[in-house]
Write a protein that binds this ligand. Structure first.
Ligand code: KIV
Ligand code: NA
Length: 265
């Protein structure tokens, strides 16, 4: 594939090819991920935690998201770039939602947006879609409403919440969303949703029965060290490699080993 499009993602679901997705927030990292062949890059509002050190995703602003997204877009040749609309920029008012989505598309060059929630944000989703902006849904654990739930534990274990999730998933598909993220819900429920929907369902902590997987890149590379949920597989220990490299550098500076003759002008 030359460039990944929303249409190619549904074709991947149709032929049973799993979709790979990771977060990215900056140019250098995005260049590596895109070069490695990732299908989708999510400029997640997890940038609030990972990049800015906030405890939740709530403080990050639309301007911050556009800054991260434009950095990622410049690095990408192939991946589809999806950008989270941050908390407070789409809930409650569909015209504000549209304005936010348009700012993201115009000012960052991203290819699609992601929003959290179902029925509650129906009008916002409709309005954004009507402008021709592809929308990815996000249900299950939705970190922008953390203060409503109070914890980051598994969602939709009870039937009532599971039924609402299924109804919301079907609604988002009906409205025209091109894909859906399901975060931290039982695998049986996620698999059921993936089977009942024709749009691709991407999971994080949602088991193997979905159409693709997403992780926060700093978590899977081991750059963040203290976040260890069960669903996280660490593919590298870059944090330790960085610590070791910096120790080495400090000691070379102190011992005057660095710079050597060849490293001087
Ligand atoms: O912001 C984010 O990183 C996300 C993913 C975890 C899906 O929304
Ligand atoms: Na997010």
């Amino acid at each position: 594939i030359k460039k990944v499009t929303t249409h190619q993602l549904s074709a991947m679901k149709e032929r049973g090819e799993k979709i790979s997705m990771l977060t990215a927030y900056d140019y250098s990292m995005a260049k590596i991920l895109d070069g490695a062949g990732i299908d989708v890059l999510l400029v997640g509002d997890s940038a609030s935690n990972v990049m800015a050190g906030n405890e939740t995703t709530l403080p990050i602003t639309l301007d911050h998201m556009i800054y991260h997204a434009s950095s990622v877009v410049k690095a990408v040749d192939r991946a589809l770039v999806v950008v989270d609309i941050p908390f407070g920029s789409y809930q409650g008012s569909s015209s504000e939602a549209l304005r936010s989505a348009i700012r993201i598309m115009k000012e960052s060059g991203g290819h699609a947006v992601k929003v959290e929630g179902g029925e509650e944000i129906k009008e916002s989703v409709e309005r954004i879609l009507s402008a021709g902006v592809p929308v990815m849904g996000h249900l299950g654990l939705t970190p922008q409403s953390i203060y409503k739930f109070g914890t980051y534990t598994v969602r939709a274990k009870e039937e009532e919440e599971a039924n609402k999730l299924i109804a919301d998933a079907k609604l988002l598909e009906k409205l025209g969303c091109f894909a859906l993220v399901l975060e931290k819900i039982p695998s049986t429920l996620a698999e059921r949703v993936a089977k009942e929907l024709t749009i691709p369902v991407i999971g994080i902590g949602a088991g193997a029965g979905v159409d693709g997987q997403v992780l926060v890149v700093h978590d899977m590379l081991g750059i963040t060290q203290d976040f260890k949920p069960r669903f996280l597989r660490r593919y590298a220990d870059i944090g330790s490699m960085m610590t070791e490299a910096v120790h080495h550098y400090i000691s070379d500076v102190k011992s005057k080993d660095f710079p050597n003759e060849k490293e001087c002008y």
